[in-house]
Design a protein around this ligand. Sequence first.
Ligand SMILES: Nc1ncnc2c1ncn2[C@@H]1O[C@H](COP(=O)(O)OP(=O)(O)OP(=O)(O)O)[C@@H](O)[C@H]1O
Ligand SMILES: Nc1ccn([C@@H]2O[C@H](COP(=O)(O)O)[C@@H](O)[C@H]2O)c(=O)n1
Length: 216
Amino acid sequence: MQTPLIIAIDGPAASGKGTLARRLAANLGLRHLDTGLTYRATAHRLLQHGLPLENLSAAETAARQVDLHDLDRTTLSQHEIGEAASKIAVMPSVRRILVDKQREFASAMPGAVLDGRDIGTVVCPQAKVKLYVTAAAPVRARRRHEELLAKNGSDDFDAILADIERRDARDMARDDSPLRPAVDAYLLDTSQMDIEAAFSAAKVIINDALAAERKI
Ligand SMILES: Nc1ncnc2c1ncn2[C@@H]1O[C@H](COP(=O)(O)OP(=O)(O)OP(=O)(O)O)[C@@H](O)[C@H]1O
Ligand SMILES: Nc1ccn([C@@H]2O[C@H](COP(=O)(O)O)[C@@H](O)[C@H]2O)c(=O)n1
């Protein structure tokens, strides 16, 4: 029986995992899910309704209402929503609701590339290939700064770096599904790589891993 080809891509904030996941999915003919958007959509609903982020039952209801086919990246990419997302992401019951949706997405043929914080460790531990993408925090902040400058015309580098470091610390310290590489993940540090070089390196890792599996 054929099983879906799942590629798991995890990493800290602004590490380039989304850029890589999108390109790999297009290249491999797979679907792509940015799981961060599911946490952002949950937090956004609470913010929209003026509800406190600590309101567990409201957060659970908001998580149930997340529609994977209706995730508006432009709205959800706002900095305040990312910060709020990392606060509600510590709630185990909220995570269970979103993880169920993410697993359902991953289970359809021909497979998918999912990026997030816990894909290789929790959501899809059976993934055929797991990548943990990272880069030094100031490098990540510089890339995000350039992205926001191009979009908004101005932005504060120090605030972006502080945001990245605060979110990484919260994501790594939480009890449920903390951000960490799966034991069988390939580490890809892109501090010295541009997008093209990171994509080529990821492709080599994936092709080698799939070829090695075919020989077993
Ligand atoms: N290797 C790279 N070299 C230079 N810029 C990069 C590289 N990878 C990604 N970028 C740029 O860095 C920024 C952050 O990348 P991206 O949005 O893919 O990160 P992310 O890990 O998905 O972020 P988030 O944690 O917010 O979901 C984008 O502007 C992207 O174009
Ligand atoms: N699998 C995931 C994905 C995301 N989160 C949390 O959501 C926040 C926003 O994610 P982005 O990828 O859009 O930056 C992130 O800081 C995490 O707290 C998660 O817990 N698990």
